[in-house]
Design a protein around this ligand. Structure first.
Ligand SMILES: Nc1ncnc2c1ncn2[C@@H]1O[C@H](COP(=O)(O)OP(=O)(O)OP(=O)(O)O)[C@@H](O)[C@H]1O
Ligand SMILES: [Zn+2]
Length: 613
């Protein structure tokens, strides 16, 4: 645990120590009070907590065997044996330039979904990384007067630094220049070669260096321009090695016809149209590109960057020296439950990739999910076009939670969306600072003033028909289904529906009036209302935690939980009844500061557009 968190917790928790209970109108036996203080002590003396993590887990966590963060994978919700693992990937980003908001978008979404899956108790492997070979990289390095490897190293550290700032928790980061990856590429190439699916032939066509792909007439705009890169493709003629993709026409078509393999539905239809038009073999080597992995039997050619990069998902799982054999791969979670990609690279994942795997005799991924584009003036933000939004300036000004929340809540995952800083600020202030942060803060203020910051009753004693309790149960179910289906905005809206209702509930109950001039019974009801709101906020924090992990941790700490307790949290803890009687809260502190400073970008301030595809 970072020292800073520890110190903060100690600082926050200590003022309530040894204080006498100031709610005479509520009967808590001295014994249960003493019990709650000792519970509180075990949280405060966090060094003890670290030594004996089991003691710091809450009772229901201990029941299911959660001892500490280290035991995070296999307890909690039960998952069936074939459902225990979850392996997801982001694209391996091309290192022709530093990451931008578009690269961050896929990674934030994949990270949120991986975090949700960890909460379900699955053993999650989230793979990200970088695609470092090819013509575009060699060109980018030359433009800077650098060797390709030196250029790649610089850009890779920018990617890794950004993932850290964005709170991305990946399990494996693969670089396609790693020796273990080169070994995997050569081994799979040999398998495909042995299957008889590789042949040499002459190719002539229009090539987009931006896409690193040949384009059909139907895939180009006027004057042979690439629609994504807005640049004229170049006419090329080469003798290359080809992969016999057309041999797998029927199998690939059947795969895409299967419901759920390609999502969303609009993207699946697009792929179906493309496949039904007839698959053509594609070239898997380049004669003119030196910056790549040499073809084992013909080192005068290097492996085509897409054939190379897709295999990175495999090498990411394998330790150095372990062969890319089906048994080894399956033991490490192969195949992927889902590859998250932008729609620009869907075809490589939904068509070429399954073809390659079929040829190599390896299991194919279960799902490919293609999301939309972050756009600027209606055009895809991209490194090649240079019309990018720099995530670092947003992160510096607003922090990771705000950035993650805005993009995942405001843009429906699967559709395009334009960024607006004005909208960003409004949304973040309205929900994170007001609806959630303020609700927690003012409720804790009342608890401090009237109940010495200690919960007079357990959340479980709140009646089952309490409107907040009823709504929290409904919205937790909604959020679970939404996360399972990658509808991140919907999952977040479920959390926000609870906090919005919490604010309304406070206005309806107006506990401050009862505390001022109510009878003992009314004061009791007012105190119970505070418990209900705090319990609702606890549930909101858990529902939102895959997207706003920092904010959720601050809320948990604000509710008096120790880091070990929140490391042990599972999705099943969205159930009502987590906050125990006697739970002591630290001094109320804002968990999310309102954005007041000047905007930091010059990016369009138009309303967010969510152009349906
Ligand atoms: N504007 C964007 N909106 C959403 N995702 C994006 C965007 N740009 C890049 N991505 C993500 O990055 C992937 C492409 O990675 P790549 O490294 O090729 O980035 P790029 O910026 O699109 O590069 P280039 O502009 O050179 O084509 C996409 O499939 C998607 O996952
Ligand atoms: Zn292109």
């Amino acid at each position: 645990m970072p020292l800073k968190v520890l110190t903060m917790l100690q600082h926050r928790l200590s003022p309530s120590m040894g204080r006498t209970l100031q709610c005479p109108w509520i009967s808590i036996s001295r014994q249960s009070h003493a019990h709650s203080v000792s519970h509180c002590q075990s949280s405060i003396f966090a060094s003890n907590v670290l030594r004996d993590a089991a003691r710091s887990a809450w009772p229901w966590q201990q029941q299911r065997g959660c001892k500490s963060a280290a035991s995070s994978s296999d307890n909690g919700n039960s998952v069936s044996a074939d459902n225990r693992t979850f392996f997801a990937t982001t694209p391996l980003y091309y290192v022709n330039a530093e990451p931008h908001m578009g690269s961050a978008y896929t990674t934030m979404a994949a990270d949120a979904i991986a975090r949700f899956q960890r909460l379900l108790g699955r053993r999650v492997t989230l793979v990200t990384g970088t695609d470092e070979h090819g013509e575009k990289i060699a060109e980018a390095a030359a433009a800077k007067g650098q060797q390709p490897q030196e250029h790649c190293d610089g850009v890779v550290s920018a990617f890794k630094g950004l993932w850290e700032e964005l709170d991305i928790r990946y399990d494996s980061f693969i670089r396609t220049t790693e020796p273990k990856h080169e070994a995997v590429v050569k081994s799979i190439l040999s398998r495909v070669w042995e299957t008889g699916d590789i042949y040499k032939a002459k190719y002539e066509g229009w090539y987009c260096v931006g896409c690193e792909a040949y384009k059909d007439d139907s895939e180009m705009e006027g004057d042979h321009a690439c629609p994504t890169h807005k640049k004229r493709c170049v006419e090329r003629e080469e003798e290359n090695y080809f992969f016999a993709l057309s041999k797998y026409q029927n199998q690939i078509q059947a795969l895409i016809e299967e419901e759920g393999f390609v999502q969303p539905e609009a993207r699946r239809n697009e792929m179906l149209g493309w496949v039904r038009a007839g698959l053509r073999d594609f070239s898997i080597s380049r004669a003119a590109v030196a910056w790549g992995i040499p073809i084992p039997l013909d080192p005068s050619q290097t492996v085509y960057v897409w054939f190379d990069a897709l295999l990175g998902y495999m090498s990411a799982l394998l330790p150095e020296g372990v062969e890319a054999q089906p048994k080894e791969l399956q033991a490490r979670g192969w195949p992927a439950n889902v590859h998250f990609v932008g729609k620009d690279i869907l075809r490589f994942h939904a068509v070429y990739w399954p073809g390659m795997l079929m040829s190599a005799g390896l299991p194919i991924p279960k799902k490919i999910f293609a999301h939309g584009f972050l756009t600027k003036d209606g055009m895809k933000m991209g490194k090649s076009l240079g019309n990018v939004l720099d995530p670092r300036s947003l992160l510096k000004a607003y922090g990771a939670d705000a950035v993650r929340f805005y993009f995942l809540k405001e843009i429906v995952f699967g559709q395009d969306g334009d960024f607006s800083e004005l909208r960003f600020r409004d949304i973040v202030n309205a929900y994170l600072a007001n609806s959630i942060g303020n609700l927690l803060n003012r409720t804790q203020g009342l608890l401090k003033k009237n109940c010495s910051s200690m919960l007079p009753v357990a959340a479980s004693s709140i009646p089952a028909d309490n409107p907040l309790r009823v709504l929290a149960a409904e919205q937790a179910d909604r959020a679970e289904a939404a996360y399972q289906d990658f509808r991140l905005h919907d999952a977040l809206e479920a959390g926000l529906a609870i906090s919005n209702r919490g604010n309304l509930y406070m206005e309806e109950v107006a506990p401050w009036t009862a505390f001022k001039k109510g009878s003992d019974a009314e004061k009791h009801a007012a105190a119970a209302a505070l418990v209900a709101v705090l319990e609702a906020v606890r549930i909101v924090a858990l529902i939102m935690s895959p997207v706003t992990p920092g904010l959720s941790s601050r809320i948990y700490a604000g509710l008096g939980m120790s880091p070990e307790q929140f490391d042990c949290l599972r999705w099943s803890d969205v159930q009502w009844g987590g906050l125990p009687e006697g739970q002591s809260m630290p001094k109320p502190q804002p968990v999310f500061a309102r954005i007041e400073a000047d905007p930091v970008t010059d990016v369009s301030v138009s309303a967010v557009s969510m152009a349906a595809q």
